[in-house]
Design a protein around this ligand. Structure first.
Ligand code: FM0
Length: 325
C-alpha cells in the first residue's frame, strides 16, 4: 500500500491556455511539451487503514489549506477508480523544482502524486490511463508522464475519456537544451488558472488563438521529427507570443511579461541576429526559458548571465518520464 514515484516538470512549446471544462480540466486545444531533466518531484504515498484523513508533507513541512485540498481532491479520484472510498494516505513530496525558476511545480507534483498513489492503491494503469487521471490534478501535468516530447490530445468527449497525453519522441531522439532564466521580478498577481479563465471568458483574441493552434502544432511535430531546430524554435516562440497576446485583450487586461522579461526576449533575438540559434518561451509568469543546442551552451549561458535583471540561469537537458523508486 506504499509506492514512490519521480516525475519531471515540462515546458510547453505549444501552450495549453484555455479550458472547455474547468472541473474535469479539459482544454480548448492540443499542447506539446518537452520534459526537463533538471527539475522534478519525488513523492511517496502510503495508504493506511488506521488514518482518519489524508496527510501531506512537502519538503518535510506539513501542508494545509488550498494545496492540501488539491491533493486530497486528487486522491479522491484515485480512491474512486480503485473502489476504496475511505482509505486515506500519507503523502510525502520532495520538490526539486526551484520555485524561483518560475516553473509550475504542479506539473511534476501531480504527475508524481498520480503515479505513486495509483501504484500504492494497487491500480495497474497504462501510461495513457495514468495521464488521463493526472490531467485532473493539473492539466500540464498529464504531459509529464512521458520523457522527451509529449503531446496532450484535447479530445472531443464531454467526459474527458479521450483527453490525455501521448509520447511524440523519446528523450534520446534529440538533445535539445533549455535554460531557465531567473529574473529580478515581482510576484505575479494573476495565477495561471485564473488568468486562463479570464482570457477564455473575456478576450476577443481567444478565438483566434484557438484557431491558429493546429497549424503551429503540425509544424512543430514535423520540426521535431526532422530535428529542425530553427523550425521548432520559431514556432515555439511565436506560439508563446500568441498566448501572451490573448491576456492583453482580457477584461480586466493583464500581462505576465515584466520589464526584465522583455529585456531577455530582446537579448535572445539579438543572439539569433549574431548567428546563435536560441529561442524563448514563457509560461504564466515573468521568467523566460531559452531553447538552444548543446554546441552553443557556453555562449548562451554567458550571454544570459550578462543581461541586467538576470539573477540566475539553470541549464537542463530533456528528461525521462515517470519512474518508480
Ligand atoms: O504548460 O489549471 O497546468 O502548457 O504553463 O492546473 O490545469 O498550471 F503558460 C501556462 C499552466 C499552463 C502552459 O496550466 O493549469 C502549459 C501553462 P491547471 P496548469
Amino acid at each position: 500500500m506504499r509506492a514512490t514515484a519521480k516525475a519531471h516538470t515540462n515546458i510547453a512549446l505549444i501552450k495549453y491556455w484555455g479550458k472547455r471544462d474547468e472541473s474535469l480540466i479539459l482544454p480548448t486545444n492540443n499542447s506539446l511539451s518537452v520534459t526537463l531533466d533538471g527539475f522534478y518531484t519525488e513523492t511517496t504515498v502510503a495508504f493506511n487503514e488506521a488514518l482518519k484523513q489524508d496527510q501531506f508533507t512537502l519538503d518535510g513541512q506539513s501542508i494545509s489549506g488550498v494545496q492540501y485540498d488539491r491533493v486530497t481532491t486528487f486522491l479522491d479520484l484515485v480512491r474512486d477508480v480503485a473502489g476504496k472510498k475511505n482509505l486515506y494516505a500519507a503523502v510525502d513530496s520532495v520538490n526539486k523544482v526551484p520555485t524561483a525558476a518560475g516553473f509550475a511545480s504542479s506539473a511534476s507534483g501531480f504527475a508524481a502524486l498520480a503515479a505513486a498513489s495509483a501504484r500504492a492503491i494497487g491500480l495497474s494503469l497504462t501510461d495513457q490511463e495514468l495521464s488521463r487521471i493526472t490531467r485532473q490534478g493539473s492539466g500540464s501535468a498529464c504531459r509529464s508522464i512521458y520523457g522527451g516530447f509529449a503531446e496532450w490530445e484535447m479530445g472531443k468527449r464531454a467526459d474527458g475519456s479521450d483527453s490525455y497525453a501521448v509520447p511524440i519522441a523519446p528523450v534520446d531522439h534529440w538533445d535539445i537544451r533549455v535554460a531557465a532564466v531567473v529574473l529580478n521580478a515581482t510576484k505575479k498577481k494573476v495565477s495561471s488558472r485564473e488568468g486562463m479563465k479570464r482570457t477564455v471568458d473575456t478576450s476577443p483574441f481567444f478565438a483566434s488563438w484557438v484557431e491558429s493552434n493546429p497549424v503551429d502544432l503540425n509544424g512543430i511535430k514535423a520540426g521535431i521529427k526532422h530535428r529542425d531546430f530553427e523550425k521548432v524554435g520559431e514556432i515555439a516562440e511565436a506560439n508563446c507570443l500568441k498566448m501572451h497576446a490573448t491576456t492583453l485583450g482580457a477584461n480586466p487586461p493583464f500581462t505576465y511579461l515584466q520589464d526584465t522579461t522583455l529585456t531577455v526576449m530582446q537579448a535572445v533575438q539579438a543572439m539569433r541576429a549574431n548567428g546563435i540559434p536560441a529561442f524563448f518561451t514563457i509560461d504564466a509568469g515573468p521568467n523566460v526559458k531559452v531553447l538552444y543546442l548543446p554546441e552553443n551552451e557556453r555562449t548562451v549561458e554567458k550571454t544570459l548571465r550578462g543581461i541586467p535583471g538576470v539573477t540566475d540561469v539553470i541549464l537542463s537537458k530533456s528528461g525521462q518520464g515517470v519512474t518508480y523508486l
